[in-house]
Structure formats: structure tokens, C-alpha cells
Write a protein that binds this ligand. Structure first.
Ligand SMILES: Nc1nc2c(ncn2[C@@H]2O[C@H](COP(=O)(O)OP(=O)(O)OP(=O)(O)O)[C@@H](O)[C@H]2O)c(=O)[nH]1
Ligand SMILES: [Mg+2]
Length: 314
């Protein structure tokens, strides 16, 4: 377990390298470039945070907090602000205790999100994770828009070593969920993970589709704990934030999976999502393999971003 954690922290540090270049190198040069703390100093930090996709509201709050602490602690030297800044970012990301109830109970996890964000991949990775924890997992291939979607999920099911329930191309996704619930009950499964289509072009279609699926779950499996995870593509920055808002209007979103944090400079969006939406980011993806999904820990994220605390983790 400790080994796994260390391995992931390393991958997180690596994955966040572009975001780090984007945000932290700029900040470091401000810390060393200024000899005193003045308005320009704060403005430059502010600009870098906003450019790093942390978002204007969150950035304002972070800077306000930083100013407060600088005043309270009578700090004069800019270089002393780094730790304060990190703490202030962590504070903004606090959404209270993030619950992973669905991992402990009989549950249905509905994974939704727009086209190509990484839903199927995340369902596959999550299946692998839960399976390795000794859980009995069933996958529902409720993306019936194209045959390839089912095949892609079947590959993940094989990789993870879990069972998959699918339907014909064009079948009603709610009917796939219905069949999968029957299978989950028959096999006494712990977690039923449902992959869905990303091609529901408008809000009305999406709402209709979700309504049908929720209705089936409520009718057929009322005892199950229901989790709705929205998958967002970290490379899309502020767009991801807008998507999360939209999904939150049509579904009772209980968490976010933020993917593709490897290779993007826009990883700061994780801060904005937690701070502005107060929906917990529960998992992050930092690569394409089955091990590249992990629980999201804001402290660890900020440490990895600033690439400090690596020693503590060893
Ligand atoms: N680098 C990287 N790639 C990822 C990650 N998650 C998913 N991907 C890639 O993103 C692409 C799209 O992933 P899918 O899982 O097919 O996305 P989807 O949301 O199911 O797509 P649709 O079903 O078409 O809506 C694939 O090539 C994945 O390998 C990640 O964390 N990091
Ligand atoms: Mg898919």
C-alpha cells in the first residue's frame, strides 16, 4: 500500500510537470525577483494563478488570504510567502471530508460526461481498483450509441477481470442498466459501474436519458447506494468547469473524476473545481493505464504541484 502510494505520488509529480512549469516556475521567479512585498508582487502572483486556470474567484480568495497572513505574521521577505501561498491554495480546496461510501456499500455508480473526456477509461480503471480491493464489480455498458463503445469497455472488463453486461448497438441504455442490476443482484455484486454515452447533444436529451436510468435504479435497486460521477477532461481548463456546472443542474452530482492531468498545463482547474463548485474531485487520471487513476487528495496535489513534500512521502 505504501509502495503503491509512493509510486502514485511520483506519477502525480511527473504528470503535473507541465502545470508546474506553467504555474510554479512563474511564481518562484516572482518570489526571487522581488525584494519586498508590494501591490505589484501580488498582482503578478494573481496573474499567474489566473493563467494557470485556477479561476478568478478562487485566485482572488487565495490572494486575500495570503495578504491577511502576511500582515498578521509581519512577513517582509517575499520568499517566505511560498508556504503561505501553498497553504492558502489548500484551504481553498477544502470541501470537507470526501466520502467514498459507494466503495463500502452495495452501490450503483453512474459515470457521465461529454464526448471523449475519459468515461470508459475511468470506468475500466475504477473497476480494476475495486477488484484489487476484493470487491465484486459488474460493468454496465450503457453507451449503446456505437458498437465500438461496448468493445472498448469489454477490453477494460477483461483487463480488470470483471463481468460486463452490455446491449445491442442502439439499445435503450436504461434497459442495459436494468439487465445489469438483475445481474448485480443475482451475483451479489458490491459495485455496479455504469458507463454512459457522451453524445447526448443537448440538455433535454441528457435529462431524459438520465431520468430514465435513475427511474430504473430507484425501482429495481432502491437499496443500492447511488453515486453519480461526472468525468471532466483536465486539458480543457475552464471549459471543464462549465461542464461540471451544467451536469450539476441536471443530475445530483456526488463527485468528479478529473482526467488527463498528465501532459496538461491546465491542472490548476482541479483547484477551481473544488473551490468554486464545492463538488469533491474524487479521482484523478494521470495516464492511460489501469494504475493511472487515484483518489484525489488536495494536500498531496498541491505538494506534487509545487514538488515539495516528496521526501515525506518516501
Ligand atoms: N493521458 C491520458 N489519457 C486519458 C486519460 N483518461 C482517458 N484518456 C484517453 O482519452 C481518450 C478518450 O477516453 P474514453 O475513455 O474513450 O472517453 P469517453 O468519455 O468514454 O469517450 P466517449 O465514449 O466517446 O464519449 C482515450 O484515448 C483514453 O486513453 C488520462 O487520465 N490521461
Ligand atoms: Mg466511452
Amino acid at each position: 500500500m505504501a509502495e503503491e502510494k509512493k509510486g502514485f505520488f511520483k506519477r502525480l509529480v511527473e504528470g503535473l510537470s507541465k502545470t508546474r512549469e506553467n504555474i510554479v516556475s512563474g511564481i518562484d521567479s516572482i518570489f526571487s525577483g522581488y525584494s519586498s512585498i508590494d501591490d505589484d508582487f501580488y498582482e503578478e502572483i494573481e496573474e499567474i494563478l489566473v493563467m494557470g486556470d485556477i479561476g478568478i474567484n478562487t485566485t482572488t480568495a487565495i490572494i486575500e488570504r495570503l495578504k491577511e497572513q502576511v500582515a498578521q505574521q509581519h512577513i517582509k521577505d517575499p520568499s517566505q510567502c511560498k508556504q503561505l501561498l501553498m497553504d492558502s491554495i489548500k484551504e481553498q480546496m477544502a470541501v470537507g471530508e470526501t466520502a467514498y461510501e459507494f466503495e463500502k456499500r452495495k452501490s450503483v455508480v453512474l459515470v457521465i460526461g461529454v464526448n471523449g473526456v475519459g468515461k470508459t477509461t475511468s470506468v475500466g480503471k475504477l473497476a480494476g481498483k475495486l477488484k484489487s480491493q476484493g470487491k465484486k464489480v459488474i460493468l454496465a455498458a450503457a453507451d449503446t450509441f456505437r458498437a465500438a463503445a461496448g468493445e472498448q469497455l469489454t477490453q477494460w472488463a477483461n483487463r480488470a477481470g470483471v463481468e460486463l453486461i452490455g446491449g445491442q448497438e442502439g439499445a435503450d441504455p436504461a434497459s442495459v442498466v436494468y439487465d445489469a442490476i438483475a445481474a448485480a443482484k443475482a451475483r451479489d455484486a458490491d459495485v455496479l459501474l455504469c458507463d454512459t454515452a457522451g453524445r447526448l447533444h443537448n440538455k433535454k436529451n441528457l435529462m431524459e436519458e438520465l431520468r430514465k436510468i435513475y427511474k430504473i435504479i430507484a425501482r429495481e435497486y432502491p437499496e443500492a447506494y447511488l453515486e453519480t460521477l461526472v468525468v471532466l477532461d483536465g486539458t480543457t481548463g475552464q471549459n471543464a468547469l462549465a461542464q461540471a456546472r451544467q451536469f450539476n443542474e441536471v443530475a445530483n452530482v456526488t463527485g468528479i473524476i478529473l482526467t488527463k492531468l498528465d501532459g496538461t498545463a491546465k491542472g490548476g482547474i482541479a483547484v477551481a473545481i473544488q473551490s468554486e463548485l464545492e463538488i469533491p474531485v474524487k479521482y484523478i487520471g494521470v495516464g492511460e493505464t489501469i494504475d493511472d487513476l487515484q483518489k484525489f487528495d488536495p494536500d498531496e496535489f498541491v505538494n506534487a504541484l509545487f514538488n515539495t513534500g516528496a521526501q515525506d512521502q518516501e
